[in-house]
Design a protein around this ligand. Structure first.
Ligand SMILES: [Zn+2]
Length: 366
């Protein structure tokens, strides 16, 4: 009775109604958490449904927070669901998080992760964090007052573009259930006050080996946000900190890559028989090429650009257009080619997704 009462009085903020947020939200509602906040500014897309089980086919095109709120009401109408249809950032994070007892981080980008960590550290609240990629997952609780924070363990973000998002790199859908339900379990334990919370332990899951390993993680006395003399005493520019476009710190690689639209590319590509005036390069994997592709593209994987092997295969006296799924891997490949001295490289804006949307809607997308 006491535990159930605590759940009823608890206020949990779930950031991201996506792969991790879906199972977490559903179990928190089923457990009887009194107030559940949902932060998400996106709408449901068909490609989400493989892992974002709080939404269904009928929800495609609806705001995720609305769709999630409806599912939660159908699971437990006694839960008060508060929708936050906004992008959480430095201007609103403290106010939003301030109304809750704990945060469950279901985001898949580094700026928001650092933002939530710092905001929770400044407010003294626990950040129940999870992360997934392809077949791997990680879970921990960052709580600066009682153990390490995210920055203690990951002081620097990876270079932009090095770690693709789940939409870009793919993820085993059911892995979200494994990691998101552990986050929900840790939230319930914290609220009820039972067991040993995952503070100071980082759980690492490998779905292919079906293993869970626990790593001990420690507070860093030099941590920028929770160390002995912190340099981060208020929220900062997280896009800039992570070197993302739109931030105040320029992306590490520097110069902008020229782009070309799908329609412009269609005009450059010849009909059957004539010689192409541009070399079109597809840097995606073979599984992706099997779904949708641009006719005439030559397959040279991004890894071959990173290793330098691609430079030997590409003529430097011809216009090169590079594409991937949506444009970020091809931007990296374009930049490598430009830095190697290629005079005429363009990145296909929006990737094969833009091609299917604007030129060839008969192909499926993913
Ligand atoms: Zn710290």
């Amino acid at each position: 009775m006491e535990g159930q009462r605590r759940l009823k009085n608890a206020r949990v903020l779930v950031v991201g109604a996506g792969g991790l947020g879906s199972p977490a939200l559903m179990y928190l509602a089923a457990a009887g958490v009194g107030t559940v906040g949902v932060v998400d500014a996106d709408v449901v897309e068909t490609s989400n449904l493989q892992r974002q089980v709080v939404h269904g086919v009928a929800d495609v095109g609806r705001p995720k927070s609305e769709s999630a709120a409806e599912t939660l009401a159908s699971i437990n109408p006694l839960v008060r669901v508060v929708r936050h249809d906004v992008r959480i950032d430095s201007t609103n994070a403290l106010e939003i998080i301030g109304a809750y007892d704990l945060v469950l981080d279901g985001t898949d980008n580094f700026p928001t992760r650092y933002l939530l960590n710092d905001a929770c550290a400044l407010l003294g609240k626990p950040d129940v964090w999870g992360s997934i990629y392809r077949f791997d997952g990680q879970v921990s609780i960052w709580w600066a007052q009682h153990g390490p924070c995210y920055r203690c363990v990951f002081p620097e973000p990876p270079p932009p573009g090095l770690v693709p998002s789940c939409a870009e790199g793919g993820v085993l859908g059911v892995l979200c259930a494994a990691v998101g339900s552990i986050q929900a379990a840790e939230a319930v334990k914290l609220i009820v006050g039972i067991g040993d919370p995952l503070i100071g332990r980082l759980m690492v899951h490998d779905a292919l080996r079906q293993s869970w390993d626990a790593l001990a993680v420690r507070k860093d006395p030099d941590c920028a946000v929770c160390g002995e003399s912190p340099s981060v005493i208020e929220l900062v520019d997280y896009q800039g900190f992570c070197g993302m476009p739109g931030g105040s710190v320029p992306a590490a690689a520097g110069a902008a890559v020229p782009v070309i639209s799908a329609r412009e590319l269609a005009d450059l590509l010849p009909g059957s028989g004539s010689k192409p005036s541009v070399l079109l390069v597809d840097v995606r994997g073979s599984e992706e090429r099997a779904i949708a592709n641009i006719p005439g593209a030559r397959a040279i994987h991004l890894d071959e650009f990173r290793s330098g092997a691609a430079l030997l295969e590409i003529p430097f006296d011809q216009t090169v257009v590079i594409h991937c799924r949506s444009g970020s891997r091809s931007e990296e490949a374009s930049r490598i080619l430009i830095e190697a001295g290629h005079p005429d490289v363009r990145n296909l804006e929006g990737g094969v997704l833009a091609w299917v949307r604007d030129v060839d809607p008969s192909q499926p997308t993913y």
